[in-house]
Design a protein around this ligand. Structure first.
Ligand code: AMP
Ligand code: ZN
Length: 442
């Protein structure tokens, strides 16, 4: 339960636990998870056997690296309910990932799991300085997607007033901002910019006319450049939020006011970083694929789940008082890394370059094509309103500038096309930033 002495740290005991004590707790919990998974789920029994390991072989946290990974394809193969460790009668909620291709990942929750979810979300709100005097305008999608309900129940747990707006109807959302005067906005970062744009169209300046003070954004990759855009347009402090359906939804990790990485709720989710090519565990500070083992979840435990998200870990205690492990901003996914003429590049790196140029708006689409066996990238980016009216020549000059910046900063040659304002489709939830046409031809 939360404490009233220091509301900024919701769960003082868990979030400031000395590392050695935390490690003992993690090992104890992990041993239980391994036993339960091995004895109740044929999938884990088989994958343990394939590596000739048994739950009893986990004698220290270092032993974890001897155990098998779980992949997204394993979840797919056991779709929909094959990896649930409790009888269906104990499961009181299902969610599903927002993946657009193939079968989704299904998340299952017992009553205790839902309680845990509210708890970790309450910690996220606490870290962002949100308290019971606040009003939360929740514009994450409600439904199968975990965003809406995760942020909703967390806000109720801390005692804030939550307005369950969900996506869509952007003008109405801005009207609610004016009338209700919420202090906190929760949604995807791309949707925050859509709302900012709508406010501007309606002649409202969020910085002077509204009360927004905190934004809690996540569920999709975004950059520091994007953070600056959102903060300056909406007049709030933006906090990065990370999570995934496979683990619980949002609430896995969150930023504190230091904005120096996201604090992982590591009494419930145990992180590792591995080399995505070899599976070898990497040291703190090294960049690789994030892997998680759930430590307390009942309905849907996961062991060494490969998230495909690329980042690094920082074990240093933070000056905010939290001792939890921090993960850095996700720089990409190992499965959406683009290889352009031998150079590896993530969409977020392209975003970082184009958003530093003030002549364009923070709305873009990366189109990948394969022409005569060579990957070609075209970056479409919207001109800023004022710049667009300066004419064709100006737009050409900007696209040349951007092309050069991409070569100089990332070493990639991409074609940049500056397109008219508002010509790229907006999204209510996760933005679609990459259009991959390569499979269409093969
Ligand atoms: P889903 O479970 O379908 O909502 O998607 C989870 C995935 O969204 C994660 O594995 C990440 O790839 C991505 N994601 C969630 N939060 C963030 C974040 N703060 N930054 C970057 N990517 C994120
Ligand atoms: Zn901190």
């Amino acid at each position: 339960m939360g404490n009233r002495v220091n509301r900024m740290i919701w769960n003082l005991e868990a979030e400031t636990m000395p590392r050695e004590e935390k490690k003992r707790l993690q090992l104890q919990r992990m041993q239980l998870v391994f036993k339960r998974a091995y004895h109740s789920l044929p999938f884990y029994r088989r994958s343990f056997e394939a590596k000739s390991v048994k739950p009893e072989d986990l004698k220290s946290l270092e032993d974890l690296s001897n155990f098998p990974f779980t992949l997204k394809t394993d979840l797919r193969d056991n779709y929909p309910f094959g990896l649930f460790a409790t009888p269906m009668s104990k499961i009181i909620r299902l969610h599903a990932s927002s993946g657009t291709t193939g079968k989704p990942v299904v998340g299952a929750y017992t009553r205790n799991d839902l309680d845990l979810w509210s708890e970790v979300m309450a910690r996220s709100y606490g870290a962002a300085g949100v308290d019971e005097g606040d009003m939360v305008h929740n514009a994450y999608g409600y439904g199968l997607f975990t965003g809406g309900m995760g942020f909703h129940y967390g806000a109720e747990r801390i005692g804030a007033t939550v307005v369950p707006v969900a996506g869509g109807l952007t003008k109405r959302q801005v009207m609610l901002w004016q009338d209700f005067k919420p202090t906190v906005l929760t949604c995807t970062p791309s949707f925050a910019l859509v709302l900012a744009e709508t406010a501007a169209e309606m002649g409202i300046n969020p910085v002077t006319d509204l009360n927004l003070r905190v934004g809690m954004f996540g569920a999709e990759p975004w950059t520091e450049q994007m953070r600056h855009e959102i903060e300056s347009k909406l007049g709030l402090e933006a906090f990065n939020q990370y999570g995934l359906t496979e683990l619980i939804g949002p609430g896995v990790s969150c930023e504190c006011p230091n904005h120096n990485g996201m604090h992982i709720q590591d009494d419930h989710f145990y992180p590792e970083i591995i080399d995505p090519a070899t599976g070898e565990v990497l040291d703190y500070g090294q960049t690789g694929e994030l892997v998680f083992t759930s430590l307390t979840k009942e309905a849907f435990p996961v062991i060494r789940y490969r998230t495909r998200d690329i980042t690094s870990l920082d074990p240093e205690p933070c000056s905010c008082g939290r001792t939890t492990m921090r993960m850095n901003r996700i720089t990409g996914r190992s499965d959406d890394m683009l290889i352009v003429r031998g150079v590896n590049v993530f969409p977020s790196q392209i975003e970082g370059v184009i958003l530093t140029n003030k002549a364009v708006a923070p709305v873009y689409l990366i189109v990948v094509d394969r022409v005569r066996n060579l990957d070609q990238i075209e970056v479409q980016v919207e001109a800023a309103e004022a710049v667009y009216h300066m004419g064709e020549e100006m737009l050409l000059e900007i696209s040349n500038q951007l092309q050069q910046e991409l070569v100089q900063t990332l070493g990639i040659s991409a074609k940049v096309v500056v397109v008219p304002p508002r010509s790229i489709a907006r999204s209510e939830g996760k933005a679609k930033r990459v259009l991959d046409r390569r499979n269409l031809h093969n």
